[in-house]
Structure formats: C-alpha cells, structure tokens
Design a binder for this molecule. Sequence first.
Ligand code: HPA
Length: 246
Amino acid sequence: MASIAIIGGTGLTSLQGLEIKGREIMQSKYGEPSGPLTRGVLGGKDILFLPRHGYGHTIPPHKINYRANIAVLKDAGAEHIIAVNAVGGIAANMPPGSLVIQDQIIDYTWSRLATYFEEGLDQVVHIDFTQPYCESLRKKLITAASKSHLHVATKAIYAATQGPRLETAAEVDRLERDGCHIVGMTGMPEAALAREKGLCYASISIVANMAAGRGEGEITMEAIEHNLSTGVQNVLTLLETVIPTI
Ligand code: HPA
C-alpha cells in the first residue's frame, strides 16, 4: 500500500514522470473529494496523487472539500503527505519561480469546514499545532533540495487567505506586518486536518507572482501560469529525489 501522497496545487494537476497504475473513486463521510485518487510509481515508490483543485482545475480554494481529501488519503493508506501550493511572494527574497518549504502558517480563512472534531465527541479535542508541519518530512525535503542543487527558502510564514480573489495591497501590507513571507489560499485547513488525522504533512510552495503591491502592475492568471511552469519542473525534480528517502 502506498504510504506517500502528493497533493497537487495550481500548476500541478498531473504529475509528469508518474507511472500511472490506476485511478480509484473514493467516498468519504465528509462528502466528495476533489477527484479520484491516482495510484502510481514515482521515484521508485508507490504513491498516491490528488490534485486539490480537481483534474480539470475547476474547484476554487474556498470550495475545496479539504476534509474529504485528507480523509480519503488516510483511508487509502497515506502516512506522509507532501502538499504543493502556489503562492504570492511577500518577501523580496522569495521571487516568482522560487521554492519555499515554509515552517509556519497564519490562518486568515473563514467559514471553511476546518475540523473533524465537532460532532459525536466523548470529549472536546484540541490538537497541538505549535509546529504546523511535520519536521522530519520538512528535513527530508530540505536535504533532497540540496542534493538536487535546488535553492529553497526553509524558514517562512505562509499566510492562508480566503480567496478566490487576490489580496489588496493594504492586505498584503498587513500580512507583512504580521511577519508573513508568502501568501496562498489553500494552506489551511489542509495542514490542520492532516494533523488531526495523525499524518506527517509538509508543503512545498511555488512562488507564482509577487503579492499585491509588491510587483509592477496587475497580477494576471497568464503571468501566474507562466511563472509556475519553471517552479513545477523543480518541484518534480525535488519529489523524485525525496520520495526514495521517505
Ligand atoms: N495570493 C494568494 N494566493 C496566491 C497568490 C497570491 O498572490 N498567488 C498564487 N496564489
């Protein structure tokens, strides 16, 4: 059974290099996940793949059924999840095309179904989330990046915003004052749900654009897609290097 799962984000609705073995439609008591799970082999190991926006990239960040996605991955045997997220760069040293393996997160999202612990409880549950990412997996990713000669930022705070619109310049100023380095719309509640399920979860963020007010002019989907393509190639290299070490 595959114990490693990859959750793809914008720019990663399929995994180039993945030797596909099958697709499995999974049901969850939390509703429909973003699509069937793809089973395949990457870096010599069995893995599971799920694109969080759907295979056709049609599900916006606030409509993703994060609970169903994490639940079906757990049910399919996942123990480790590597999430890939597209983000805007707030810090000047995280420009478009660069990769970030962030270590912290601040949640600015609202009205998302963000916990498994709300009904039929014997007792209220509060998970520890001091370190939101699995440090052993983060270390493996950082080592694999260095082995592959890929530059990655390894200390960064991810701001999770509601979307689907991009931020205003003033909102990004506030995120910067809060200490955030990158901003994306899908980091939460995914990371917290993985922790609630006891999974070892880490994320690779690909900087797609400078965040609002940090670059020149408007942020367009065309520019985002263009910048993501370089980052995605580097992520694929990183995945092929890290997977054999997990
Ligand atoms: N903000 C939020 N999410 C994003 C951005 C951004 O600038 N770019 C890609 N995802």
